[in-house]
Ligand binder design. Structure first.
Ligand SMILES: O=P(O)(O)O[C@H]1O[C@H](CO)[C@@H](O)[C@H]1O
Ligand SMILES: O=c1cc[nH]c(=O)[nH]1
Length: 234
């Protein structure tokens, strides 16, 4: 049990899926897992543990933004011994060929800064996905006939952006989408020798202004969850 995760150590599986939205965690657990049990609800940031295809899985909300992700990922890794962490998030599309509801597999996550920036100082560390998870997720998406893109994403510190020039530079350099957590997840996985991947569904588009409503962001992104589960146990 930690300050932010009120579960016993045995309640958390070795594989954890992490949506930003705790209600996406609830929906995913109820939809994809058998015998899903809510293992804690500290701050309403639910954790559920259940079975998928004979494998034990936890789905734990991360909250929004890298400081929140850092708290949950640190505790999952350091206190609960979690080995595989897969973000199942939403993101904004940044390229014309990336459409709303497409799935993005984040090979890398560029940032302005993360909670870990203070330790890197002048270094520009390159946060990247675990290759095995990335390859397995790409294979799963292909076999499911999902519209998937593999490439770089941008993990922003802000949702309401006062620096539109940063998004423009990311777009100019081929970045596929923007979200707010993956870079710090990749850095923590690298630091502690764990496997991590960011799988995101495009919920809105920076070029077209399209945007899905909150209820669809919570409970309709099933393809990415199936991709994440398949990759975790490939
Ligand atoms: O839908 P989630 O997983 O929370 O992800 C995205 O949505 C939130 C912003 O609305 C940020 O957390 C961003 O990363
Ligand atoms: O962080 C996010 C998430 C979804 N859409 C965005 O534009 N940004």
């Amino acid at each position: 049990m930690t300050i932010h995760i009120g579960a016993d150590k045995d309640d958390i599986a070795d594989v954890v899926l992490m949506p930003g939205d705790p209600y996406r965690a609830k929906w995913a657990a109820e939809t994809f897992l058998t015998n899903a049990k809510c293992v804690h609800e500290v701050r309403g940031m639910f954790g559920f543990t259940g079975m998928w295809n004979g494998n034990r899985v936890t789905i734990q909300g991360s909250g929004m933004g890298m400081p929140s992700m850092s708290i949950y990922a640190n505790e999952l890794i350091r206190d609960f011994g979690v080995q595989t962490l897969i973000r199942i998030g939403s993101c904004g599309g940044m390229q014309p060929h990336v459409k709303v509801r497409d799935v993005i597999l984040a090979m890398t996550a560029s940032t302005v800064g993360t909670p870990s920036s203070t330790i890197f100082k002048e270094l520009n560390f390159a946060p990247c996905a675990d290759y095995g998870l990335l390859a397995a997720a790409a294979e799963a998406a292909k076999s499911m006939d999902v519209d998937v893109h593999v490439g770089g994403i941008y993990s922003s510190d802000t949702f309401y952006d006062e620096r539109p020039d940063l998004n423009k530079e990311m777009q100019r350099h081929g970045i596929l989408g923007v979200e707010m957590e993956t870079a710090e997840l990749y850095i923590l996985a690298a630091r502690y020798g764990r496997r991590a991947l960011g799988v995101m569904t495009v919920s809105d588009h920076l070029l077209t202004g399209e945007a899905l409503p909150a209820d669809q962001r919570e409970s309709s992104f099933g393809d990415m969850i199936e991709i994440a589960l398949t990759a975790a146990f490939a």
